[in-house]
Each structure stands twice: as structure tokens, then as C-alpha cells.
Design a protein. Structure first.
Length: 506
């Protein structure tokens, strides 16, 4: 069959989409084990899932939230489970899972753009999304916020589908998506007023109560794993979240800063995701003329997007305005630092808006088409320059495994206690390898829980990630609880120092 016949049968749209998805897969899966993040949080997660697979210790509680001291739901652990099992407990498996969610999100951006506007918008938005360096970075490591973009866009898309085809089942599935999303990150709460307002606007009076009940039922289904835990324990996390939102020092109206926060999140949403805006710490080193180009480019997309959505009013335009406006307003009440991954609840928004702007621009005959195509080519080229493979891989997983193996061997197969001296990491990554290799460290219990000190072994392995580390007399509990000791051996690796401590003879 000739190439022209293949193109005719499949169609240019599907060929372009296939190319975008293949490119997205390459940027998210290539050498993923070398570039993925593997620190304490990732070690904690695989440790929990390993115990589910090997020890059959299933859980209804997820990881702790980054602020507030409460827990998330366990759904992310169950997403990880088949991949960690398939990869034979290699932490690369869950990272691949996140990458697959990232590829699926690229397709969902196309589908949302096509159905809400047209195929041209869908293809442009998905191509830009596929190449965004920030989006790629959060699609190559296992972490619960990294799959939020898929479920946030799925929620928005299902809400729009309901208003378009009036099939009530879409509300149920939107509720399921919201129940899953809330277990992944509590900022998903920002989408709840978006959904509520949308349903108030576009639900027919005769079926309004039925629609809301179906949406609530869907949420209960999606949220069920965590809801079971909350029911069994008297809703401790729900109470903590309510306390954090209503009475915490990290939320609330803060006068002039409220407007500044909203401006900042909108500026960074477009700048970081669409235009590859540099990190704030290096912004002052950028020449003023380049800062000006970024500034006007971001302002142009924001203003142009609002105008495009307002001038030709339709349901899809209203939903994007509602999505962007409500989330921005709610971000204004948050007083703590706002990181890029917080934007996962609206990652797709600036790409859909940019695709729509360029589509409207293309309609201005020859000049508009030329400018539109030129901007698309430039943005694709510009974001390609930020792809992750231009730098050597960090090899964090291999480093953690290698350091753990060195420390593991020093224990000689005998019981040991373990401590990590670090400035910001946690010891879960090392503990994970100790555990899957069959000799997990014994955790020292306080004297009131262990008066005979049976949890104190005759050796303590200390990994020092700090350059000037003196383990003797260190206040860390794992060291202090071991008791009076002396260093019996010290080994220097490429990245850390390993000490072996033993008890002093009487």
C-alpha cells in the first residue's frame, strides 16, 4: 500500500496525533531509571507497597500531606502496586506508571481541545503539552501529585461532556475522578466549587437533585478506600483538614498579598508551563530585555486567552474561565510557598487557551496564519531546548541502591540498627533495599517500651550525607538510643560516608 493511501485511510489528524503521542512517550520513558527521582518520599512509598505485595499488609491510609500534618488517601499506593510487582520490586516500575499517566494526559488534552473547540486546538494544545519541560519533569518520577493533571483534566472534561450531551453518567464518573483526585492531593478541593457552580448553571431543574446525588455517589466510590479509614477512626483527617482550612495560619485573606499571590500564580502558570520561564532563583541573572520578552509573552497569553474566551461565548469557554478563575481566587487564600507541582490541578488549562488563541489568530487570513504557525514552531523548538536529556542523568536510584549495598554488606548479615545523618532526606530509600534484601534494620524503641533494650543490637550502621559528620554524640535518636559507642570502621564512598559503631566494652 502506498504512503498516500495510508495517509488517506488513516487521516492527517490521526497521524499527527500518533506522532505527538510517540514523542510524548519518548520524552517520558527514555532512560527513566537514570533520570527519575528517588529520595526519602519515593522510598517511603515503595516500602509501603512492597509490604502490600510481599507481606500482604494492605492499607487504607496514604502518605502524609506536605503541610498540615494530615494524611492522604491510599489510592496512589494501589496504582503503584501492579507496576512494582511487574518490575519485581524495582522502583522504576511505579515511575513508568506515572509516565503512562503522563502520555494518557497528552491524549486527553487533545480530546478535550478537539471536543470543546476543534481538532486544530486539540492538536496544538497536546503538542505543546507533550514538550513542556515542567510537565515532562513531573511525568518521569513516582510521586502522588504527578498523576493529578490526568484526573483534574478528566474531571473538567466530564463536566463539559455532561453539559454537551446531557448524559447523566458523566456526572457520576466526574465524581469518581474527584474522589480519586482528592486522595492524590488536597489542592484537588479547589475543583469542587468549580464542579458545583458548573452543575448549578447547566443542570436542568427536573433532574438537578438526581444529578447531584449521582455525583456524590461517584465521589463516594472514588473516595471509598480513604472513606473507610475515616469511618473506622472517627474522621481524624477530615477534622484536621477543616481545622487547617478554617483556622490555620497558612490560609485566609491577607490584604494586598492576596492580589499579588493571584498575579504570581497566573504568571507562573503560563510562564513555567508554556514559555519555559526560568526558576525564580536565577531570574535576577536574566538580562532585562529577555525578562521583558517573557513578561509580555505571558501577559499576551493571559489577556489574549481571556478575550478569546469572552468574545465568542460558548459552554467550553465558560468552563475554562470558571476553571481558571475559581482556582486562581482560591490560591490567593494560601499563604505558604506555592510550588510548580501545585499547578497540577490546572496543568492543561494554559495549553488549551494557547491553542485557542493561535486558532483565532490563524483565522486572520494569510498574515494571521503565518504568525500562528510561526509561533507554534517557535514554542515547540523553544520547549524542545529544555528537554531533560541535555544533562547527564542524576542516577539517584542507582546511587541509593549502591550506597545501601555498601552499608548492608558492613552489617555482615547480622542484626543491626541504622541511622541516617542528613540535612533534608529521610532514610526510607535505604531501608527499602535493606528490607527487600532480607535484613531490615532493627528500630530502637524508647526505654519505657523496651526496658530490657532488646531492640538495641551490637552494631549501628550510620550513613552520613553531610560532609562534616561526627556520629559520636550526635543527638539523632537512632544514634543516641544506641548508647555509648565507638567507631569500629569508616568507609568513604563517592557520595556519602559510612560508619560502623559498636558498644564500648565495660
Amino acid at each position: 500500500m502506498k504512503t498516500s493511501d495510508i495517509v488517506k485511510r488513516i487521516g492527517w489528524e490521526w497521524i499527527l496525533l500518533l506522532g505527538i503521542l510517540l514523542l510524548a512517550a519518548y520524552l517520558r520513558l527514555y532512560h527513566i531509571a537514570g533520570y527519575m527521582t528517588f529520595l526519602g518520599d519515593e522510598g517511603r512509598d515503595v516500602l509501603v507497597v512492597k509490604r502490600m505485595i510481599v507481606d500482604h499488609k494492605f492499607t487504607l491510609l496514604g502518605p502524609t500531606a506536605s503541610v498540615g500534618g494530615f494524611f492522604l488517601g491510599p489510592i496512589y499506593y494501589y496504582f503503584m502496586l501492579p507496576f512494582l510487582w511487574a518490575w519485581r520490586l524495582d522502583p522504576t516500575g511505579p515511575a513508568v506508571m506515572v509516565a503512562l499517566f503522563g502520555i494518557a494526559t497528552v491524549y486527553l488534552v487533545y480530546r478535550a481541545g478537539r471536543d470543546m473547540f476543534n481538532s486544530w486546538v486539540g492538536l496544538v494544545a497536546s503538542a505543546l503539552y507533550a514538550l513542556s519541560p515542567v510537565v515532562i519533569a513531573y511525568s518521569r518520577s513516582s510521586w502522588n501529585p504527578n498523576v493529578v493533571p490526568f484526573f483534574s483534566l478528566l474531571t473538567i472534561y466530564l463536566l463539559w461532556k455532561y453539559s454537551d450531551d446531557r448524559k447523566i453518567r458523566n456526572i457520576f464518573w466526574a465524581g469518581v475522578s474527584m474522589g480519586i483526585g482528592l486522595q492524590l492531593h488536597y489542592l484537588f478541593l479547589f475543583l469542587f466549587p468549580v464542579a458545583a457552580i458548573w452543575l448549578l448553571l447547566y443542570t436542568r431543574k427536573g433532574i438537578r437533585i438526581r444529578s447531584w446525588m449521582l455525583g456524590v455517589l461517584g465521589f463516594v466510590v472514588g473516595y471509598a478506600p480513604f472513606l473507610l479509614f475515616e469511618l473506622r477512626h472517627g474522621f481524624p483527617n477530615t477534622q484536621s483538614i477543616i481545622q487547617f482550612v478554617l483556622a490555620g495560619k497558612d490560609t485566609g485573606l491577607n490584604g494586598e498579598k492576596y492580589r499579588i499571590i493571584i498575579q504570581d500564580v497566573l504568571f507562573r502558570l503560563v510562564g513555567r508551563l508554556v514559555l519555559r520561564l526560568p526558576q525564580p532563583e536565577i531570574w535576577s541573572d536574566i538580562p532585562s530585555w529577555q525578562q521583558g520578552l517573557w513578561h509580555w509573552g505571558i501577559v499576551g497569553i493571559l489577556v489574549g486567552g481571556v478575550l478569546c474566551l469572552l468574545i465568542r461565548r460558548q459552554r467550553s469557554s465558560d468552563l475554562l474561565l470558571l476553571w481558571g478563575g475559581v482556582v486562581a481566587i482560591l490560591f490567593g487564600f494560601y499563604k505558604r510557598a506555592i510550588y510548580d507541582y501545585y499547578f497540577g490541578i490546572w496543568f492543561a488549562l494554559p495549553f488549551l487557551v494557547t491553542g485557542l488563541i493561535l486558532y483565532r489568530l490563524k483565522q486572520f487570513r494569510f498574515i494571521g496564519s503565518a504568525v500562528s504557525i510561526g509561533v507554534i514552531v517557535f514554542l515547540l523548538w523553544w520547549n524542545w531546548q529544555g528537554q531533560p536529556f541535555q544533562y547527564a542523568p542524576n542516577n539517584q536510584l542507582a546511587q541509593a541502591r549502591g550506597i545501601a549495598k555498601e552499608a548492608f554488606d558492613k552489617a555482615g548479615g547480622r542484626p543491626f540498627n541504622f541511622a541516617l545523618v542528613t540535612q533534608g532526606n529521610s532514610d526510607h530509600g535505604y531501608r527499602y533495599f535493606f528490607e527487600i534484601w532480607g535484613n531490615p534494620p532493627v528500630t530502637i524503641k524508647p526505654e519505657f517500651a523496651d526496658p530490657e533494650r532488646k531492640t538495641v543490637t551490637d552494631q549501628l550502621i550510620v550513613i552520613c550525607e553531610e560532609p562534616d559528620c561526627k556520629p559520636l554524640g550526635h543527638p539523632l535518636w537512632e544514634i543516641a538510643g544506641f548508647g555509648t559507642a565507638t567507631i569500629s570502621g569508616t568507609w568513604q564512598t563517592s557520595f556519602v560516608t559510612i560508619h560502623k559503631l559498636i558498644h564500648l566494652s565495660p
